[in-house]
Design a protein around this ligand. Structure first.
Ligand code: SAT
Ligand code: MN
Length: 596
């Protein structure tokens, strides 16, 4: 092994915590960077990093008049999404990772990754990025340190997490942190792996600079590693947005909702009520748009925090009409990845609908509609949550917010009605476990294929789904006051293939019904799949739905659900004896009712 520079060795000791210094020194000895930089998260540090990236072309300055402080990053064209087939969970026992994960034995995983990391930072700077997931002072928060050779990752982590000196201080006090090692390597898809070692609270990621693969605080820590931690510590780490629904009387109910990637979590979290509701004084506040950590409080209710500090949202389709709050956040200090640009260097994407035209596409070539879209379908923006007009002050509350309702949802063109309510917690866990959705551009692979995506955690659960469902069921212990569980489908299509529900702001009507159910005020009919509203139980004033839409959005299709439950039964069976009996019993109870 080549020696690393004396400077690098000396600067490996940037912390009062010996365990951290030792790990940094160990990583430096393996990766052999030219220099080591401990990130403090300051403005000056960010300015220097940004200038460096501008100089080497990693960041392109956007129009300073229209988008002050904003940047465009064009990734390698082969590095635009998460790579689920290259993502592994390395547990000592294969079954602990479960059929829902790719598995490798920890020793093999380390050997494979360390061979890739060997000398990979030669000529580069190694950044040590201490971060806190969640408000710095919250007992629900957890910390990590990401070591990376990508300044783009540092800049994104600074927006997406509480990064720098305060996080390091907390880490030094606690003495514990999740270790994440990342290098962009050669960006060669054949030399790209994202591996998790939950038993060691360790992540190793090589060969990609894309969000979910490289910002290790996000999916790798806050979901895969945290789900494992949460199981042993009695809490839940979920792929959910958190919003506050405030009624005209000023009461706020908090709702957590799980949808697969690129299914509208950001839009729902930032929803602006339709006009009539606005006039009446309804309001939505945003706590988080992607990840939710929750834990029972002293009163038995589930209290949730958003572990993130920013939004890493899908750009295409974001417009003044679909999400005015997101658009407002994007006016300044944002990083755009893989969007197009106009002739005067403003960011542009399909569905922006602001009357402008793209000049250059996401690959930096002149825009040609016949060749490719201007923005990659999974192009993203990174922006601080604090810049969002609807950001809830409660998002910074160290105690978290009490959750009144949990919502599961997917993209289902057929069968699944607009909304239904689970009978009880066990049924709700089955509803989550049985979630199906059509795949999106957020992951590499075919788009539009229906797959089971339990609780929107298929790509993110760091352990065996059967154990995960058992963990969910364990919250129903008689002492907890659990939220009601609902399922929604904004994506139901007509026979002619058109979306039937207007969605966006009008989704508030569905949320209103849910809180009405929580308070025991709203009506519903009982069916074998749960409680469904009729079209009279929801406020549909001001929207037009034809007979087909009413029938399909509020209807229950017995034959279709029989087939669906047979498929759910098969899916649960794939997990063998580890699948909790209570869930299998619940599936059979409903299947029997459907057969009546
Ligand atoms: O994985 S990311 O966090 O980059 C985006 C997503 O798929 O949800
Ligand atoms: Mn997500």
């Amino acid at each position: 092994m080549n020696a690393i520079s004396q400077d690098a060795v000396a600067s490996a000791s940037g912390s009062k915590l010996e365990a951290l210094n030792a790990w940094v020194a160990e990583v430096a000895a393996l990766t052999r960077p030219d220099t080591i930089h401990w990130c403090d998260g300051s403005d000056a540090e960010n300015a220097a990093l940004t200038a460096k990236m501008q100089a080497d072309g990693t960041l392109i300055k956007l129009n300073e008049q229209t988008h002050p402080g904003s940047w465009l990053h064009r990734s390698d064209p082969d590095d635009v999404a998460r790579v689920e087939h290259l993502t592994f969970v390395c547990t000592s026992e294969r079954d602990d990772a479960g059929p829902n994960n790719h598995w490798m034995a920890p020793a093999d995983g380390h050997a494979q990754m360390d061979a890739l990391f060997d000398g990979c930072m030669a000529g580069r700077t190694m950044y040590v990025v201490p971060y806190c997931m969640g408000p710095i002072g919250s007992p629900l928060s957890r910390c990590g340190v990401e070591i990376t050779d990508s300044p783009y990752v540092v800049a994104n982590m600074r927006i997406m997490t509480r990064m720098g000196a305060p996080a390091l201080a907390r880490i030094e006090k606690e003495g514990a942190f999740v270790k994440g090692l990342h290098s962009t390597g050669e960006l060669d898809p054949n030399r790209r792996f994202i591996m998790h070692f939950p038993e060691e609270l360790t992540i190793k990621s090589y060969g990609s600079g894309y969000g979910g693969n490289a910002l290790l605080g996000k999916k790798c820590h806050a979901l895969r590693i945290a789900s494992h931690q949460a199981r042993s510590e009695g809490w839940l780490a979920e792929h959910m947005l958190i919003l506050g629904l405030q009624n005209p009387q000023g009461d706020t109910h908090y709702i957590a909702a799980a949808f697969p990637s690129a299914c509208g979590k950001t839009n729902l979290a930032m929803l602006i009520p339709p006009e009539g509701y606005l006039n009446d004084g309804w309001k939505i506040t945003t706590v988080g748009d992607d990840i939710c950590w929750m834990r029972p409080g002293a009163d038995g209710r589930l209290y949730a925090i958003n572990p993130e500090a920013g939004f890493f949202g899908v750009a295409p389709g974001t417009s003044k009409k679909s999400n005015p709050n997101a658009l407002a956040c994007l006016q300044r200090d944002a990083i755009f990845t893989n969007v197009g640009v106009t002739a005067d260097n403003q960011p542009w994407w399909e569905g922006l609908d602001n009357g402008q035209q793209p000049a250059t596409d996401w690959r930096g070539e002149p825009y040609d509609a016949a060749k490719r879209p201007a923005a990659h379908p999974n192009s993203r923006f990174t922006v601080s949550a604090k810049s969002c007009p609807s950001y809830s002050p409660e998002a910074e509350n160290p105690a978290g917010v009490p959750i009144s309702a949990i919502v599961f949802g997917g993209r289902r063109a057929s069968l699944v009605p607009l909304v239904f309510e689970a009978r009880d917690w066990t049924h709700g866990v089955l509803v989550g476990a049985a979630m199906g959705s059509e795949t999106t551009a957020a992951a590499t692979g075919a788009v539009g294929v229906m797959r089971r995506d339990p609780m929107a955690m298929k790509p993110f659960c760091g352990y065996n789904f059967a154990d995960y469902f058992s963990h969910w069921l364990s919250f129903d212990n008689g002492a907890n006051k659990l939220p009601k569980i609902f399922h929604v489908n904004w994506f139901r299509k007509s026979d002619a293939g058109k979306f039937m529900w207007p969605g966006f702001g009008d989704n508030l009507r569905v949320l209103e019904w849910m809180i009405g159910r929580v308070k025991g005020e709203a009506g519903a009919v009982e069916t074998p799949i749960g409680f469904l509203p009729t079209d009279a139980d929801l406020n549909l004033d001001g929207i037009e739905l034809d007979d087909e839409a009413r029938a399909k959005l509020f209807g229950f299709e017995q034959a279709g659900w029989q087939a669906e439950f047979a498929s759910i039964g098969e899916y649960l069976g794939e997990y063998g004896p580890r699948m909790p009996q209570a869930l299998k019993d619940e599936q059979q109870r409903i299947a029997a009712k459907l057969a009546d």
